[in-house]
Ligand binder design. Structure first.
Ligand SMILES: Cc1ncc(C[n+]2csc(CCOP(=O)(O)OP(=O)(O)O)c2C)c(N)n1
Ligand SMILES: [Mg+2]
Length: 337
């Protein structure tokens, strides 16, 4: 096994580190369980796992405050858990059950929570970028100091709508953090194959938007960069770009055999850069926790995840007349009613 990189001395409290460990582990175990349920045929449709990328959303949520908003792509379960949505409701939505966040009618890519200010879950690549600017516009219009996090991938970062949004966001000083989760691949296409100028964080320069590159496998680095971005936005200075370098361990979705990269590449990342293992090392070497403490946390997380799986199996399928709720039309035309 290759040696992991040397452990940095963290500038955080033991409690904070333990919290990040717990939150990242919850996402990791939840996603593993979702993968299992998918394999058992209990989850249908699309399912994009976030395993490997946990430090991105946990680090940025640590920089967020109550009332801040978030919007993301279809790779969204981690974002929901990190902002405090209920694992039972998320898992039940994955299995298409009544107890799910969209009453079992949305599935993996279409969940929302007004309470936690989570605005989806979007299957159209890049669609969440202008939506994020719109959310930030609403806060600016209302005169509060909320910030929106608009997460998107390296593939999405090549889209035209992203640059139209950059222009308007900077023109109107919108409080939005554009978070590019650069996990090195867009489906089976590596960044090297798709992208001429790979410094995605620099692409706001043409509009005067400040940006920076962040190590997305290091939750503390992500949190610190997130705090800089949020402070910039809250001070009324407009948008900020964070290109967070991360890696997804699983395929693009559950149906991806991942033949475009070697097993060794994935293995190397897992062994040398894993975000959860890095925090585990800090906790142990800093004597903030013992092996037994961490075992107890592992058990606690496993219980939460198992409970969510049980809930998602026991919750009933949506009743047929649910088809006619939560749709735009108040009344159906006579001939289709
Ligand atoms: C407008 C649009 N074009 C193409 C697709 C098909 N598609 C789904 S995911 C994806 C790759 C996006 O990659 P990236 O932005 O890097 O996000 P990641 O999946 O790595 O999180 C593509 C091309 C889509 N859903 N929407
Ligand atoms: Mg990607």
């Amino acid at each position: 096994m290759a040696a992991r990189k040397s452990v940095k001395k963290p500038n955080v409290s033991a409690d904070e580190l333990l919290e990040y460990y717990r939150e990242m582990l919850l996402i990791r175990r939840f996603e593993e369980k979702a993968g299992q349920l998918y394999g058992m045929g209990l989850i249908g449709g699309f399912c994009h796992l976030y395993i490997g990328q946990e430090a991105v959303v946990v680090g940025l949520e640590a920089a967020a405050e109550e009332g801040d908003k978030r919007v993301t792509s279809y790779r969204d379960h981690g974002h929901m858990l990190a902002c405090g949505m209920d694992p039972n409701g998320v898992m039940a939505e994955l299995t298409g059950r009544e107890g799910g966040y969209s009453k079992g009618k949305g599935g993996s890519m279409h969940m929302f929570s007004k309470e936690k200010h989570f605005y989806g879950g979007h299957g159209i690549v890049g669609a969440q970028v202008p939506l994020g600017a719109g959310l930030a516009f609403s806060d600016k219009y209302k005169g509060n100091d909320r910030v929106t996090f608009a997460y998107f991938g390296d593939g999405a970062a090549n889209q035209g709508q992203v640059y139209e949004t950059y222009n308007m966001a900077q023109l109107w000083d919108l409080p939005v953090v554009f978070v590019i989760e650069n996990n090195q691949y867009a489906m089976g296409t590596s960044v090297q194959r798709s992208t001429k100028s790979p410094a995605l964080w620099k692409r706001g320069e043409a509009y005067g938007i400040k940006g920076e590159e962040v190590d997305g496998m290091d939750v503390l680095a992500v949190k610190e960069a997130g705090e800089r971005a949020v402070a910039h936005c809250r001070a009324g200075k407009g948008p900020y770009i964070l290109e967070v370098k991360t890696y997804r361990y699983r395929g693009h979705s559950m149906s991806d055999p991942a033949k475009y990269r070697t097993r060794e590449e994935v293995q190397k990342m897992r062994e040398e850069r894993d975000p959860i293992e890095q925090v585990r090392d800090m906790l142990l070497t800093g004597k903030h926790a013992t092996e037994d403490d961490l075992k107890a946390i592992d058990k606690e997380i496993k219980d939460i995840v198992n409970k969510s799986a049980d809930f998602s199996k026991e919750s009933p399928e949506p009743a047929l007349d649910e088809l006619w709720t939560d749709i735009y039309a108040d009344e159906l035309p006579q001939e289709t009613a």
